[in-house]
Design a protein around this ligand. Structure first.
Ligand code: SF4
Length: 419
């Protein structure tokens, strides 16, 4: 065993009492600026009226063509490189295992979530297809091209899963069905399973049933915020955005009923002002329902309403990452854990030796999400550098090696004594 207590701290911001915390007083979004009338609802793209020709690579030159789903979708830079339609290399990653697709429209997402690069308030500054999302560009590609490339050599595809990300748009429900049908017409979802990252605001239970009937394997709801107050502040009334915590839970519970245990989950961003105890209470609630939590470390996305705020201190993130893994995959209950007066984890509810073993295995620190073909607790959705720069990795898109684990142990900053 090699677990040791690290005496030194690794973070310089967001620290209180020697341990990191992005507190709710600090994590306040700025207010969105009004958008000139002529630029609302994709006004610039519609006025320019450029017809798309094949792949569109985001370039911020205000000449985004008029592309819309279901004919067009956007895909992550990692997926585009893996698919072979974009050149590039990713730090210490050969490829991504998840083909993340995103619906696209000139009007873009009609919501205004404070941490998101796709938010509506950016209309004047950047066309939708040019906006950064989880730190990367998302090229737009005809869905038929994507399906054909994957179907052509399905046996050797590097992907373990495909995911359709909905956005808040009047056509999003209908077009998610169309994209899924285009996919399953040529690709057996038993060979390459499909996840849906839903947009509850426009959905009903009937929509959830339709997607399941069409072959979707896992249904996820991006709660993103860990508490109703943070939800309202960052993606509801606080930023003139339409989402409601209660509606998100309604669809999450529908997903549980329709998709069943282990086939639904929630996205949660750590470090937007909640305490570690609060976020883990949510993780436990979802685990008790039979679902999983897919965690993201808050990163100040450029152009978002929270781009002036600090990323989650690494020690806060690592503690939550580790505890989430124990709850989701090691049957540890939050009641077994210990917390300090500010809600920070001080005990994980298992022996030091067991904890050491989990840390040394490293899986707890990999990107969390829907599973791939390796094992249930290893996510296909590895989102390379979606929540941190490669220089200070939050979610590891590859298996952490010895030097990574040494850094993780320093960041965890917890005393572990192996007896
Ligand atoms: S609904 Fe999703 S895509 Fe739209 S602004 Fe919110 S987080 Fe971003």
């Amino acid at each position: 065993m090699s677990c040791v207590k690290s005496p030194e701290s690794t973070q310089s911001h967001g620290r209180e009492n020697g341990r990191g915390l992005n507190s709710s007083t600090v994590m306040q979004p700025r207010l969105p600026n009004p958008t000139p009338k002529e630029l609302r609802n994709g006004g610039r793209v519609k006025t320019n009226g450029r017809q798309p020709t094949g792949i569109y690579q985001p370039n911020h030159n205000f000449l985004a063509p008029h592309m819309q789903s279901p004919e067009y979708v956007q895909l992550s830079t990692a997926a585009a490189i893996t698919l072979g339609i974009m050149q590039g290399k990713m730090y210490r990653c050969e490829c991504t295992r998840c083909l993340n697709l995103l619906l696209t429209y000139p009007e873009g997402c009609r919501a205004n979530c404070a941490y998101c690069g796709l938010a509506r308030h950016r209309e004047a500054e950047r066309d939708y297809a040019d906006r950064n999302f989880i730190r990367v560009d998302w090229p737009a590609v005809p869905i038929d091209d994507i399906v054909n490339i994957v179907a052509k050599d399905l046996a050797n595809t590097p992907f373990h899963r495909m995911c359709i990300s909905m956005i808040t748009h009047p056509k999003s429900d209908r077009d998610t069905v169309s994209v899924l049908k285009k996919w399953t017409d040529k690709i057996d979802p038993n060979t390459l399973p499909v996840s849906i990252l839903s947009n509850p605001t426009t959905m009903t239970k009937a929509d959830v049933v339709t997607l399941k009937d069409l072959g979707a394997d896992i249904f996820t709801v991006a709660l993103d915020a860990a508490t109703p107050e943070i939800f309202d502040r960052t993606r509801g009334k606080g930023v003139q955005s339409p989402h409601k915590w209660s509606k998100y839970w309604e669809i999450l519970l529908s997903a549980r009923e329709v998709f069943g245990a282990q086939r639904f989950g929630a996205h949660i961003i750590v470090g937007m002002g909640e305490t570690e105890h609060e976020v883990l209470q949510l993780v436990q609630r979802i685990a008790n329902l039979g679902g999983h939590s897919h965690m993201f470390c808050f990163f100040p996305e450029k152009g978002s309403l929270m781009d002036h705020l600090p990323a989650t201190p690494r020690d806060q993130w690592r503690r939550v990452q580790l505890a989430r893994y124990l709850i989701d995959y090691r049957d540890v209950q939050i009641e077994q854990m210990k917390f300090d007066s500010e809600g920070r984890i001080t005990g994980y509810g298992i022996t030091d030796s067991e904890l050491c073993d989990v840390i040394d295995k490293g899986i707890a620190f990999r990107t969390s999400g829907c599973p791939g073909k390796i094992q249930e607790d290893i996510s296909a959705c590895d989102r390379p550098y979606g929540d941190s720069p490669p220089s200070n990795i939050a979610s590891f898109p590859f298996h952490p090696r010895k030097k990574d684990l040494a850094k993780i142990r320093r960041q965890l900053d917890i005393p572990i004594v192996v007896r």
